[in-house]
Design a protein around this ligand. Structure first.
Ligand SMILES: *[C@@H]1O[C@H](CO)[C@@H](O)[C@H](O)[C@H]1NC(C)=O
Ligand SMILES: *[C@@H]1O[C@H](CO)[C@@H](O)[C@H](O)[C@H]1NC(C)=O
Ligand SMILES: *[C@@H]1O[C@H](CO)[C@@H](O)[C@H](O)[C@H]1NC(C)=O
Ligand SMILES: *[C@@H]1O[C@H](CO)[C@@H](O)[C@H](O)[C@H]1NC(C)=O
Ligand SMILES: *[C@@H]1O[C@H](CO)[C@@H](O)[C@H](O)[C@H]1NC(C)=O
Ligand SMILES: *[C@@H]1O[C@H](CO)[C@@H](O)[C@H](O)[C@H]1NC(C)=O
Length: 372
């Protein structure tokens, strides 16, 4: 504190002396220089003497930036989907499969959060296997939905299992049995993950009703459905109605994570317990010309896609429209990664789902105050 005052005094002296000297260089008359010098000295003196009555500067700046201008928690949960991609042709030598039949393997895909100033302040990070294990230790995670959700579940497990490729091979074999549920307990971290096949929104609503009757409540739940509805029903008003029903079930049945007051101390290392963290896995961009059946190309047109997307907005299911679910924005991820990231215009490269998992984990970190 004393040191600060001394430095401030020295700085003030420099200003008082140097600014008028600089001005003299700008051809001001001697009287004007004296006048400015005096005025500066007086204002600085007033500042110096009033300083003790104000909170210290860093505290002041912090409180302003967090309360008034920039609440990092809400702002960062809005920005967490802001990811940019670099997709470049791979060198033949660096390809994983020598005789790759897989077109996706021709490109090297890197992603990161975009580098804007605000995003930097959020300090998003790609969680390592051990960070993810710490965060998910002892928790119950449910992933429910269609094949997009299945790919998300696969990606989450491959982060948790890291380089245990054999375990991942067996996970993959079981998880990809068509139209079936899957459940796994990861002993090392006591994490239970369920994948529930739920291609329609009404299946998700039923699921939540079931959990309520069983009085069991997941810590993290990721859901998403829409593509099947689009293909088999093409009725956006029904879809929107189903989403509204889902929303009201979620709100009435689950204890939701709420925004905690700032400055609350973080206790313990398993902070995601005690309430449910809910996510909506958005629909990916569909690249019509690449869809693999005539029926899909006809029914899953861009117009229908956009109508379904509007229905999601109108249903007010998502946080950004005042609802309970955080959006995992598959649309922006897949749009930014582009056609080189998909082989059938609907299911995307692993990198997309890897990024989606990291977006979810970073949102959990923000919600659980681990970072602020
Ligand atoms: C690709 O090849 C070029 C030239 O052959 C080389 O400079 C570059 O380092 C290679 N990149 C990778 C990722 O292997
Ligand atoms: C190419 O792939 C096929 C089937 O996946 C495999 O039988 C064959 O040995 C591979 N060839 C090379 C050169 O790796
Ligand atoms: C998980 O949490 C338990 C107790 O809460 C702890 O004993 C264990 O070491 C943790 N495991 C990991 C992998 O962090
Ligand atoms: C999902 O809902 C549809 C329509 O109600 C129903 O026909 C189907 O059996 C349900 N699927 C599952 C897996 O519950
Ligand atoms: C959509 O479904 C609603 C109610 O099920 C029905 O009244 C409406 O006619 C349907 N719309 C279309 C375009 O089929
Ligand atoms: C989907 O429904 C809309 C509105 O009812 C209709 O205009 C459109 O032709 C339908 N699209 C397909 C591919 O069936």
């Amino acid at each position: 504190m004393m040191l600060g005052a001394v430095q401030l005094g020295a700085a003030a002296a420099c200003v008082v002396v140097l600014i008028p000297m600089g001005m003299a260089g700008w051809h001001l008359s001697r009287n004007k220089v004296l006048f400015f010098s005096g005025a500066l000295f007086i204002s600085l003196a007033i500042c110096v003497h009033l300083t003790p009555y104000f909170p210290s500067l860093p505290e002041f700046v912090n409180s302003v930036s967090s309360v008034v201008v920039f609440d990092p928690r809400t702002s960062c949960t809005n920005l967490v989907n802001d990811i940019s991609w670099q997709v470049n042709p791979k060198n033949a030598s660096s390809r994983f499969h020598i005789n790759a039949t897989d077109d996706l393997d021709l490109y090297d895909k890197r992603w990161d959060w975009s580098g804007s100033h605000k995003l930097k302040a959020c300090d998003f990070q790609k969680l390592s296997r051990s960070d993810a294990s710490d965060l998910l230790n002892g928790s119950w995670v449910i992933v429910a939905g269609d094949s997009q959700a299945r790919l998300f579940a696969l990606s989450l497990l491959s982060l948790v299992f890291g380089s245990e490729f054999q375990r991942m091979d067996s996970v993959r074999a079981d998880l990809f049995k068509r139209r079936s549920d899957y459940s796994i307990l990861v002993d090392e971290i006591g994490m239970k993950m369920d994948f529930v096949w739920a291609p329609y929104v009404v299946n998700l609503t039923d699921l939540i009703t079931d959990y309520k009757t069983q009085k069991s409540c997941p810590d993290v739940m990721v859901m998403g459905a829409g593509l099947w509805d689009m293909l088999h029903f093409n009725n956006t008003s029904d879809y929107e109605f189903a989403l509204r029903m889902l929303k009201s079930k979620v709100v009435s049945l689950l204890p939701l994570s709420t925004e905690l007051p700032m400055n609350e101390p973080v206790v313990g290392s398993v902070p995601i317990k005690s309430s449910s963290h809910l996510f909506w896995l958005g629909m990916p961009v569909l690249i019509n010309g690449m869809l693999n059946t005539e029926e899909k190309r006809e029914k899953m047109s861009d117009a229908v896609w956009h109508a379904y997307d509007r229905a999601l907005g109108d249903s007010k299911l998502l946080r950004q429209t005042g609802g309970p679910l955080h959006l995992l924005d598959s649309q922006s991820l897949t749009w930014n990664c582009g056609p080189r990231c998909t082989s059938d215009g609907m299911h995307y490269d692993g990198a997309i789902y890897e990024a989606t998992v990291q977006i979810m984990l970073n949102t959990l970190l923000i919600e659980s105050h681990q970072r602020l």
